[in-house]
Design a protein. Structure first.
Length: 270
């Protein structure tokens, strides 16, 4: 077997987790990442017949039967992923209709997957139905998006339009907009189900007073989605108390749609 730490998916996972920490998005053990992998991606690095332990997931997701996921661990600090990936990350396979996660690698200190694992898996199910290319779910706590939920209406159309108006690239990067959940208790199946429902219509879901969930085809795209929305929120928080003399208009955004071949979410532009 090859060293799994040299696998392209592992290298990118470590880089992404480290970047998220240095961006200030994942303080302490806050946030989590899950990456859906194909068997051919892992077969040279782990023996899929060797199960280290079986962990009940507390939910069912028949659509994910037999699927492999590289995930961050519960209580693990993102700053430590680069130094001890075998402790802070785990590779699991879902069985029993999603009711069991078989650990194939990682969590060498006896740890287990993130407490938000149900929310991640439910979001994976939702996004795969929309776009089979979506293989990443990422959760973090970007300061400006979090701050924005304290001072901005949580209406999804208005929240999205405000972000679109902050940076020219926003409607190009996330034309499907941003969905928003009211505050809910984290780590529960209920917030997982609510997030998955929102994931049906957008790749970004803000958890009010908490953080954001993002989904995408790979780690780069998902990171970039959140990064762009967070930059827009930062600009908003810098100018929200000031009179706005100019802005990105709906006509400008229609021009961007035509130029970049995207379509803003129905009903969100004049």
């Amino acid at each position: 077997m090859k060293d799994i730490l040299t696998a392209p998916f592992m290298t990118e996972m470590i880089r992404t987790a480290t970047n998220m920490y240095y961006h200030g998005w994942n303080e302490r053990n806050g946030g989590n990442i899950s990456l859906l992998l194909e068997e051919e991606q892992i077969q040279d690095y782990v023996n899929s017949n060797t199960v280290l332990c079986s962990i009940p997931t507390g939910f069912t997701a028949p659509e994910l039967e037999g699927k492999y996921f590289l995930v961050t661990g519960t209580g693990k600090y993102f700053k430590n992923v680069q130094y001890a990936p075998e402790v802070n990350l785990g590779l699991v396979r879902l069985t029993d209709g999603g009711g069991t996660a078989e650990l194939l690698w990682g969590f060498t200190d006896g740890g287990r997957f993130t407490s938000e694992f149900p929310a991640h898996m439910m979001s994976h199910v939702a996004r795969l139905k929309v776009d089979p290319e979506n293989r990443v779910v990422m959760h973090c706590h970007p300061a400006n998006l979090l701050a924005m939920t304290y001072v901005h209406t949580l209406d999804e159309r208005e929240f999205t339009r405000t972000l679109w108006q902050m940076c020219t690239e926003c409607i190009v990067v996330f034309p499907d907009g941003v969905n928003v959940l009211p505050w809910m208790l984290c780590g529960t199946n209920e917030i997982g189900e609510a997030t998955a429902e929102k994931m049906k219509t957008a790749r970004l879901v803000v958890w009010s007073l908490h953080g954001i969930y993002g989904a995408g085809k790979d780690l780069d795209e998902t990171f970039g989605l959140i990064e762009t929305a967070e930059k827009a929120a930062e600009i908003y928080m810098k100018i929200a108390h000031l009179p706005r003399v100019t802005t990105i208009t709906d006509d400008m955004m229609h021009q961007l749609e035509a130029r970049f071949g995207v379509k803003g979410r129905d009903g969100y532009l004049a």
